[in-house]
Design a protein around this ligand. Structure first.
Ligand code: XIL
Length: 536
């Protein structure tokens, strides 16, 4: 009897380890516990003359007795750095984990995990990217983990990993940005390719359910559309429309006046064209993510450009971009976020240099230039909080009515719809769509995501089944409404702002590093209840 029990137990253990053991051959790249007292090749990012210090200390430790102490920091970007590889291979995925501790700074503060890359051309400027931001409470060892995928750039060479604080320019730095912190038990693995998350192939295609009513689209990054990536497989399986999240904003596109950097925008448009997706452009005119020179006087960078100069820049930008992409892109965000929260136009004091310099006219002009560049394009005015803020909703109605009355060519109103599980109610979404539709324009949902957070002050929360189910119900109710409104000829495209939770901007907005789970696929590319709710 006893023997039998032991056998059964052994069998169970065997079966268990067979099923659950992760037999991946991950390669250990960095493993630093700081017990031996040496830096293990960690060093400071600051220049040689900087005070910044990176040292092994025995006053704090997550395990054992030693940790790495980063102190005397003077810039947000000061912090510990370590070479990861001198031979970047496209598609390699690194998983970095570490324990972080701090005694200084405010109760909650963010620490950013970033990578630096050099290029085979030694003269090429290094590239820097923030991979993930973490909230670190004061006085508690906190574990952080992030993954970094090497992009498909054959010109890159070295990759370093480092930790820093969210970037601020030197004149904006505060005392808390200089806080010291500790790292311990840092590990960096190169993941076995077999272990990487795969897009599911045995689930329905999302678009099948909706294509006869409207296109379901998605915003993408240039890495998402690497044809060999799993994200690209997911995009091609489920979506029939495409928009870029950042690569088609003016700071990416025209870093210096008249000098265009097309490569990233091209990559996305080519992917869309090759996969037969409908394409939207985001965004021609906005008050954010602009290059530094845009509003400067051409002869004196300290002065604002004149109205004449801005008109000329506006026209030349719109015609240059539209000439290049009109063949592939059919729907254009001509202006983005021109309203303030009271429903009036965003003024200079409210952050819009466009308005400051050109007055309300910049909107009329932008639409007229766009129409001149492409007579058949769908021209869109795009904004947020149009449902949750009735004043802004009415403001949009009045603005578009005025534009149409003046003969300005506006074809559609874009509702961003960055909403949450708790607000706004679906009935208000319906009222908004009907109000806008009554103007005779199309209504697009341009940037849908559903945050799991209640408000801006809530901290990190656990993503429970109940939350995911509530999210699924809301996605379904919204899509049913979009279908109803598509039947009436009003709604035309519904774009979701991001493919997977891993890449969502909501992880860092409105609270850096808080995390979120607003989309249809989780951070491992797996379909969430919200997805299933839309394919049933
Ligand atoms: C966001 C991007 O998703 C982020 O990656 C970026 O850091 C900031 O901009 N409304 C818009 C979009 O019109 O352009 C914004 O996109 C999200 C809010």
């Amino acid at each position: 009897m006893m023997k039998r029990a032991i056998y059964t137990l052994m069998l169970l253990i065997l079966a268990y380890s067979y099923v659950f053991a992760q037999n991946w051959n991950h390669e250990v790249m960095i493993q630093s516990d700081f017990e031996r007292g040496d830096l293990d090749d960690w060093g400071p990012r600051g220049d040689a003359g900087a005070a910044e210090s990176v040292a092994v200390v025995r006053t704090q430790a997550h395990s054992g007795s030693g940790s790495l102490y980063i102190s005397e920091r003077e810039k947000t970007w000061h912090g510990p750095i370590h070479l990861l590889t001198d031979n970047a291979v496209a598609g390699d995925v690194f998983r970095i984990s570490s324990w972080v501790y701090r005694e200084e700074g405010p109760e909650n503060a963010a620490i950013v995990f970033s990578v630096e890359r050099s290029f085979k051309d030694e003269n090429a400027a290094h590239a820097y990217a923030n991979v993930k931001t973490f909230q670190i409470a004061r006085g508690e060892w906190t574990r952080i983990e992030a993954e970094y995928t090497v992009g498909a750039d054959p010109t890159q060479k070295n990759i370093w990993i480092y930790f820093e604080l969210p970037y601020k320019s030197d004149d904006m730095i505060e005392e808390s940005d200089k806080m010291s912190f500790y790292l311990d038990d840092v590990e960096c693995l190169k993941l076995d390719p077999e272990s990487r998350p795969k897009a599911q192939t045995d689930i329905p295609n999302l678009y099948d359910n909706w294509i006869s009513y409207f296109d379901v689209g998605v915003s993408v990054t240039p890495t998402d559309v690497d044809f060999t990536s799993q994200t690209a497989q997911l995009l091609m399986k489920h979506f029939t429309a495409l928009v870029s999240d950042n690569a088609q904003k003016m700071d990416s596109l025209q870093p210096n006046e008249g000098e265009y950097n097309w490569s990233m925008a091209d990559k996305i448009v080519e992917f869309g064209a090759l996969t037969g997706m409908r394409q939207r452009w985001h965004t021609l005119v906005w008050h954010q993510q602009n290059p530094g020179w845009l509003f400067q006087d051409p002869n004196n960078a300290n002065r604002q450009a004149s109205k004449t100069v801005m008109e000329q820049r506006l026209e030349s930008y719109i015609s240059t971009v539209m000439d290049r992409y009109s063949f592939d892109v059919e729907s254009w965000d001509v202006v983005n976020e021109v309203l303030n929260e009271s429903g009036g136009l965003r003024t200079g004091a409210q952050g819009s240099p466009w308005y400051d310099i050109m007055g309300a006219e910049y909107i009329d002009k932008a639409f007229r230039y766009a129409r001149a560049a492409d007579s058949s394009a769908q021209l869109v005015i795009n904004d947020y909080n149009l449902v949750s803020n009735p004043q802004k909703r009415q403001g949009m109605y009045n603005l578009v009515k005025g534009l149409l009355d003046r003969g300005v060519p506006v074809d559609a109103i874009g509702m961003q719809m960055h909403i949450s599980l708790y607000d706004p109610p679906v009935s208000e979404v319906r009222e908004t769509i009907e109000l806008f539709g009554s103007l005779g324009v199309k209504v697009l949902v341009t940037e849908l995501d559903i945050s799991i957070h209640r408000n801006d002050s809530e901290g990190m929360i656990e993503v429970t089944d109940a939350i995911l189910q509530k999210q699924a119900d809301l996605y379904r109710d919204l899509f049913d409404l979009f279908k109803e409104q598509a039947d009436k000829g009003v709604v035309d495209m519904v774009m979701i702002w991001g493919a997977t939770d891993a890449g969502s901007w909501k992880n860092d907005f409105p609270v850096k590093g808080r995390g979120d789970a607003p989309l249809l696929f989780d951070e491992r590319l797996q379909a969430k209840p919200a997805f299933y709710a839309l394919v049933e």
